[in-house]
Design a protein around this ligand. Sequence first.
Ligand code: BES
Ligand code: MN
Ligand code: ZN
Length: 507
Amino acid sequence: MDFELKTLSRPRSASEKTDALIVLVPTGVKPQGDALSDLMAAAIKAKDFEPQAGKLLQSYRSAGLGATRLLLAGVGGGSAREVKKALGAAMAALKSVGAQKLIISLSWLELEGAELSAAVQAAVVACADGTYSYQLTRSKPAAPAIEKVLVGVSAQAAARVGFETGLGLAKGIELAQEWGNRPANHATPTLLAGAARALGKLRGIQVEVLGPREVARLGMGSFMAVARGSEEPLRFIVLRYIGAGRGQAPVVLVGKGITFDTGGISIKPAPEMDEMKFDMCGAASVLGTFRTLAELRPQVNVVGLIPACENMPDGRALKPGDVVRSMSGQTIEVLNTDAEGRLILCDALTYAERFKPQAVVDIATLTGACVIALGAVRSGLFASNDELAQALSAAGEAALDPCWRMPLDDDYAEGLKTNFADVANVAGRAAGSVTAAKFLQRFASQYPWAHLDIAGTAWRGGAAKGATGRPVGLLVHYLLGLAKAAKPAAGAAGSRGRRTPSKSARA
Ligand code: BES
Ligand code: MN
Ligand code: ZN
C-alpha cells in the first residue's frame, strides 16, 4: 500500500476525487463557508454527530463532494490517542467496502509542531493497522485491499517527521503481526530464521543463524532441553543493526521464539491451545523492530537475539524433575515443562553478555499470570534498573503501546528454591509473572536489564483473533529516544542518519 503526505486545504479535501474520505473532526468546528466545515457544523448542531473519538457519521455520493464515501470521524482534542481511536473506528467501518483510494484529512486539526507530528504518526500507524489482513494460508483474499492512502494536512513541514516515523513503524508492526499470525506449521524455527535472513538483506542489518551443533558448543543446555521434544531443529538467531559508531555499546533485544507451546510433558488443556502459535510474538516483535530500524536508520546500535524452538511432548522430551545445566553454569530443576520460555531465555540472556550491552530488554509471552494481572491493556514491565524502567515506560506512553512496572523484591524468589539444583523453573501459583521475572533476573546480573511480559498484549483472542504487533511501537520509541539523546542535534527524519530521503513508501 502506498502512503503519501500532502498539503490539503479544507476546500480541496471536499473536492478531491477518491473512493473514501475520512475527515478527522475536532471539537469546536464552526461553519466557515467551505462544504465540509458547514456540513460538520450542521451535523453537530442537529446532534446527528458528536466530534468525540470513536464517533462516526457516514454519507454516500453527497452533492458537492469529490469522494464517493464520506466518513466524519470525531477526534475530540486531536491527541495521538484520540486520532488512533478515531481511525480505528473509521477503518473498521471501511473494512468490507471496496475502496482502493483513501484520503485521510487532518486539515481541521489546529495542531502545530510535535503535536501535529504525533497525530500524523498515530494516523499512519492506525490506518496501516486497519488495512492489514492476514492472507498466507487463505485461498481467497479476506477483504478488498486499499491501494493508496493520501494523508492531508494543512502544513506539511511539521507533519513530515511523524509521517516518516509512522511509515517505518507500520512496516515493523505489520511484520510482527504477520509472523505472529502464521500457523506453527508455517512458522517453524527454520522459517523464522528465514524471515530474519531476509531482514539481513536490508541496509545496516546483519544476521547470523546458529543451529543445534553451535548451540551445543556454546553450552546452552537449558535451551537445548526444551527443543529436545520436537522434530523441528532449534535455531538461535542473532541480528545486528549498526546505526552508531562501532564503539557505542548496543542495546540487546531478546525475543522468546517458542513457535508452538503444547506445554511439553506438562501438557496444556485442549481449549484455546491453538493460540500457543502466538508464543513467538516476542521474537516477532524483535524482527519487526529491526524492520523499522532499517527504515528509520536511527543512530543507535542494536543486537537482536531469538532462541527459537517448539515445546512438544515426546519420548525424548524433557520431563518434570529433570535437571539441566544452563550456559551460565547454573543448574535448573524443571518442575514444569510448560514454564519453557524462561528456559530458553536464560541462555540467551547469558549469551547477551558478550556484547557488553548498555541495556538488555527481553520480550516474552511468558505467563498466563500476567494476563490475569494486567489484561490486554498494558504489558508487564520488570526492570533491575530505574532509569531503564523509566525510559521504557515513557516510550510505551508515547507509542500508545503502554506497559506497567511490576515489582522484583527478592522475597518473591523464595519459591524458586529446590533441594536438587541451583534453582527451580517454577514457584507456586501466587505472583506467577513476578516469580518468572525473578527466575530470569538470575541470568541478567551483568547489565541493566528489563523484561516485558506481553502474554496479554501480543495477540487478541475470540472473533478478532490475531497478533497486535505489540510491543514494536514501545521498542522503537525507546530506541529512537536513545538515538536522540546521543545526538541532540537530530530533529527531522532527514537528519536521523537517513541516507536517502523517501517521499512516499510502501507499507
Ligand atoms: N506461553 C505460556 C504463557 C501464556 C499462557 C501466555 C497463556 C498467554 C496465554 C508459557 O510458556 C506458560 O505456559 N507459562 C505457564 C507457567 C506456569 C507453568 C508456571 C503459565 O503461565 O501457565
Ligand atoms: Mn509454556
Ligand atoms: Zn510458552
